[in-house]
Design a binder for this molecule. Structure first.
Ligand SMILES: Cc1cc2nc3c(=O)[nH]c(=O)nc-3n(C[C@H](O)[C@H](O)[C@H](O)COP(=O)(O)OP(=O)(O)OC[C@H]3O[C@@H](n4cnc5c(N)ncnc54)[C@H](O)[C@@H]3O)c2cc1C
Length: 325
């Protein structure tokens, strides 16, 4: 042991780390074979188009993959991250030193007024299917990127509505490794927030309750919402949507001050760091104009935050999630 350590220049802590990685790798390979990939560049799996290599990467195509991959990661002390559509996150240029589990469990079905969807179902596809079925309740979400699991995590919403209004229940893999059926109350939903950011629970599937509505009217709403996004959001440029949360009055949650308005008035328009720039049509969006790095985006975020603090004394809260290497 001592001789080998000298040869490879490793101390016993290094040797222990190597043996742990070998153990993690062999357990994951044992379960997933060639489906487990190594050193996969993350940028293409995000709407920002930013992020270096993941040490391990697995595309989970069924809930059992999610459960088993998370189980091994927890058991072997391997850090892991559940990646939905990658539309609300900023990966690091250094990548991710653990296991990325990309949720590709995309199936959903409609039965009466109920939508049952696996966590990786794409929100916009559910919107189209529910409109086609003459079911209202999800039309506000037209054009929101990502998966239903990601939408539940961040209580995604728009136009004064959010996923918490239609989520009846879900099947969860809890932080303790149990599979549980839970109701809406479980999530402690708030504006762009659920308990999942603290609990480490993973959504395996959801049950959404919708209402019968006129299909023509729903189609009109969905088309309007998509046009609105098309006109105001970046098309063909990397971004992760709103950088900061809007401000809500504690007395009256309906009283909303858009973060974009404060940013505009604080003079951030035109700011950029390298290829990370303020989007010309919306001051609360950063676009990747080509090869923006995670550190460039973070530097620009700090400049935006500082500008609003100096002008209004307001401490903006970030909506985009930073995923450390
Ligand atoms: C142009 C643009 C416009 C946008 N407009 C809006 C908008 O109007 N409203 C809005 O709310 N958002 C908006 N967003 C942000 C984003 O689309 C939403 O936050 C979306 O719900 C994120 O889902 P995702 O699958 O991409 O999650 P990801 O970005 O992949 O992940 C976000 C978080 O969810 C967690 N997560 C993902 N799946 C699961 C799961 N199964 N169980 C537990 N945790 C999970 C991840 O681990 C991560 O912590 C916009 C983004 C873009 C790029």
């Amino acid at each position: 042991m001592a001789a080998r350590s000298i040869i490879f220049g490793m101390n016993s802590a290094d040797m222990k780390a190597v043996s742990m990685i070998n153990d993690q790798l062999s357990q994951l390979k044992g379960l997933f074979g060639d489906r487990l990939e190594e050193n996969v560049i993350l940028a293409p799996f995000t709407s920002f188009g930013i992020g270096g290599p993941a040490r391990f990467f697995l595309a989970a195509s069924k809930p059992a993959d999610l459960v088993r991959a998370v189980g091994v990661a927890r058991k072997t002390g391997l850090k892991f991250f559940i990646l939905g559509g990658g539309s609300n996150i900023l990966f690091d240029d250094q990548g991710y030193s653990g296991l990325i589990i990309r949720d590709k469990t995309e199936r959903f079905r409609i039965n009466g007024q109920i939508v049952s969807a696996l966590s990786g179902a794409v929100v916009d596809r559910i919107v189209d299917a529910t409109v086609e079925a003459g079911l209202g309740g999800m039309e506000y979400a037209a054009g929101i990127r990502g998966t239903i699991g990601g939408a539940v995590y961040g209580n995604a919403g728009a136009f004064g509505h959010a996923i918490n209004e239609i989520l009846e229940g879900a099947v969860m893999l809890t932080g303790e490794g149990k599979i549980e059926i839970v109701g809406n109350d479980y999530f402690n939903f708030a504006y762009r927030k659920s308990r999942l950011s603290d609990s480490g629970d993973i959504v395996l599937s959801v049950r959404l309750k919708l209402r019968r509505e006129d299909k023509t009217r729903l189609t009109e709403i969905v088309n309007e919402r998509r046009q609105f996004r098309w006109d105001r959001h970046p098309v063909g440029l990397g971004s992760a949507g709103s950088v900061f949360k809007n401000l809500r009055s504690l007395d009256d949650p309906k009283n909303v001050t858009p973060a974009g308005k404060l940013l505009e008035e604080a003079g951030v328009r035109g700011m950029s760091v390298g290829d990370a720039s303020i989007f010309e049509k919306h001051c609360n969006i950063i676009v990747n104009k080509g090869k923006a790095s995670s550190s460039e985006v973070k530097a620009l975020v700090e400049m935006m935050k500082k500008a609003v603090m100096e002008k209004f004394g307001v401490d903006l809260q970030r909506e985009i999630l930073y995923i450390d290497a």
